[in-house]
Design a protein around this ligand. Structure first.
Ligand code: GDP
Length: 204
């Protein structure tokens, strides 16, 4: 069936309409699959919440945490029933107990493996320390899933460091919620994911 065509202005409206939908701490709590989901993943404290807030143009949709590793639920945000944003719990915080790490792998692993309506995954890495061992593991899990690498906190790098990163990660996007660098471009890419995802419904 042909998908409804969504105009650019609808997308801008769509992102700004993000509303909290559900939080899942166990696979059984995941909301039933619905519209296409754009997923955000990254190490604790990498700037994931700030990135989500910058993308939707809101100050406090996703809660920025002063305590790394605290959020252990997958949080779903609805974009007017036409798409969803999905905030995965951060990984790699050293002081998280072993049992909690296993819980993370169980929950996130099941979500990434089985979710049929996954439009793509935004993998957020620290521009100053890209591709940690856990980032690499996540990318391996993602396999052929569509993904975008965001190199966050780019404002902490010099121009020369940014140029070097661009050469190293040709398909990554330098991003800063602090300065707005890369935000528009990121939105554009996510919009193209949604446009390419067949079952998308027209926003109301
Ligand atoms: P999360 O744990 O990945 O959700 O990270 P947060 O969004 O809560 O951010 C963690 C810390 O990094 C906070 O102190 C933020 O103020 C800071 N931060 C987030 N984004 C940026 C950015 O683009 N530039 C700079 N310089 N700091 C940032």
């Amino acid at each position: 069936m042909a998908s409804a065509r969504i105009e650019r202005r609808d997308f801008i409206r769509l992102f700004s309409q993000a509303q909290f939908l559900a939080a899942a701490g166990r696979p059984g709590e995941l909301p039933p699959p619905g519209p296409p989901e754009i997923v955000f993943a990254g190490r604790s404290n990498v700037g994931k919440s700030s990135a989500i807030n910058a993308i939707v143009g809101r100050k406090r949709l996703a809660f920025t945490s002063k305590t790394p590793g605290r959020t252990q639920t997958i949080n779903f945000y609805s974009l007017a029933d036409a798409a969803r944003l999905v905030d995965l719990p951060g990984y790699g915080y050293a002081r998280v107990p072993r049992a909690q790490r296993a819980q993370w792998r169980g929950l996130v692993g099941e979500y990434l493996r089985l979710r049929p309506n996954l439009a793509g995954v935004v993998v957020i890495m620290d521009a100053r320390h890209p591709l940690t061992a856990l980032d690499a593991q996540l990318l391996e899990w993602l396999g052929e899933r569509r993904r975008l690498l965001l190199l966050a906190k780019a404002d902490k790098l010099t121009r020369a460091e940014q140029d070097a990163l661009k050469r190293r990660f040709a398909d990554a996007l330098l991003f800063s919620s602090a300065t707005g660098q890369g935000v528009e471009e990121c939105r554009g890419l996510l919009e193209s994911w949604l446009e390419q995802t067949a079952e998308i419904k027209s926003p109301r």
